[in-house]
Design a protein around this ligand. Sequence first.
Ligand code: PMP
Length: 379
Amino acid sequence: NKRLVCIPGPTPVARCIQDQMARETVAFGDPDFVRDYKQLIEDLKSIFDCDGEAFPLAGTGTLAMEMAIANNTKSGDNVLIVSHGYFGDRFIDLCERKGLHVDIIGCEWGTVVSPAEIEKKLSEKEYSAITVTHVDTATGVAAPIKEIGDVVKKFENTIFIVDGVCATAAEEEYMGNMGIDVLLTGSQKAFGVAPGLFLVMASKKSLERRASLGRIPEFYCDYEKWLPVMENPAKYFATPAINLIWAMKESVEMIKREGVQNRYDRHKKNARAMQAAVESLGLKVLAEKEHRAVTLSNIIYMDGVDDAQFRNILMEEGIIVAGGLAAYAGKMFRLGHMGNIDTHDMVSTVATIERALHRVGKHDDMGKAVGVLMSELMK
Ligand code: PMP
């Protein structure tokens, strides 16, 4: 039977995007491909209000995190890591390996670090960069990026790095307006492209920082190696993932047709409807109400549900969700609702959750959550 991928990435890939991956592969210097790559770069800069450069390259979100740190810091610098969970923490090891001094502000999973606390910390010493994960996929919490950006703007020498892997193209992100210096993401989440590409968007300030660093230890992810290619994709540094670039371009065409702000609004509406629907079943959403992501929901079971059994039933019924991480392993499931999913997908996901809960003896009033979902969506 058909399996709908509802984990928080990879997300379902629309037919027209799949078709781009099936195209006959051409030379990277092919004039049509060069034009398409250039168009993609220009569109990304315009959609996300980036005054510097966009680097859509082969690799995953983790490599994008590495690229962000590599081009904006040097060994011995201080970096402030704001962590709302597992993926925020990923920057710690990454930075420590590069000889950076790391300070961490964390909080209880499901809550957010306040911008005031960040401001206090930034005032204590000079940080060359601060990292914030827009949506930590482990908690389903969305950080208040605009408010944090307003704080970071006061610190001229600090580069604001935002991990948008589980956010970009779904959560509102305008680099200029929000003071973001580096925005990074992967192809497999809200862009709805297969895994394999990452995207780093660097502001003018971040490009200037890179220029001030001289030669950096990293090779593949050095901005300066790629800048000439982004300017003119007929040039070679390392072979672009041609079919994935086309797939990403198709995704961006879809975003342009929808309108990026409409896309943000759609995600918000869908997420709130999904969250109300699962709550009507007696399930709990981990994230505090005012800080919930629009890209996924991390849903805590009521007592007496066996995680493995429940997720197996969901799989039998055609929906794949992810398990909880760290302390929440076995206690919750993570449900992605980002990218190019539609109302059909959502209704069927909620109906499937109802059937699975019924099969584990926790739900009788069939159709209740579907009703809530649909009335929220019709508002
Ligand atoms: N950051 C966040 C917020 C993520 O959700 C993920 C992946 N789940 C990553 C970074 C790492 O991305 P990738 O798996 O593509 O390397």
